[in-house]
Design a protein around this ligand. Structure first.
Ligand code: DGP
Length: 121
């Protein structure tokens, strides 16, 4: 499967569609999910063109992989939901059709601000 440059997150990365930005650096962009499922529900995406976690794991550079994982921690701290903040959150990546992935650009959902509950329903 080829990366689709017209997916919604590619358009957000190019600034063609607005987002409620939380954080941005060389490797990641983070913004609020348009349809929040919990009190806090944000997305952290790599800037590189990766379809899903498998694509990212196989093809991203070590710097990009570290950048994404560090980015999640930075965003959690910024939102006040990290372990350092005495809270905690769920980081979740849907992968492919069976994983329920709708947007074909790798993204981690961060859910927090309340007890998140059952892992899968
Ligand atoms: P997933 O099912 O894991 O692919 O989740 C895609 C998420 O992306 C879903 O929670 C809704 C969110 N989303 C879709 N379109 C937009 C958009 O245009 N802006 C923002 N901020 N979020 C979006």
């Amino acid at each position: 499967m080829k990366y689709d440059d017209q997916n919604i997150f590619a358009k957000i990365l190019r600034g063609e569609i607005p987002c409620k930005k939380i954080y941005e650096d060389k490797f990641v962009l983070s913004f609020h999910d348009v349809n929040p499922q919990k009190k806090i529900h944000v997305l952290v995406i790599p800037k590189g063109k990766y379809i899903h976690l498998d694509d990212f794991s196989e093809n991203a550079s070590s710097d990009e992989i570290v950048g994404l994982i560090k980015g999640i921690n930075i965003v959690a701290k910024k939102l006040g939901i990290s372990i350092d903040n005495g809270e905690g959150y769920r980081a979740l990546a849907n992968v492919g059709e069976n994983g329920g992935q709708e947007v074909p650009h790798l993204h981690f959902h961060l859910f927090g601000g309340e007890k998140i509950g059952k892992m899968v329903s």
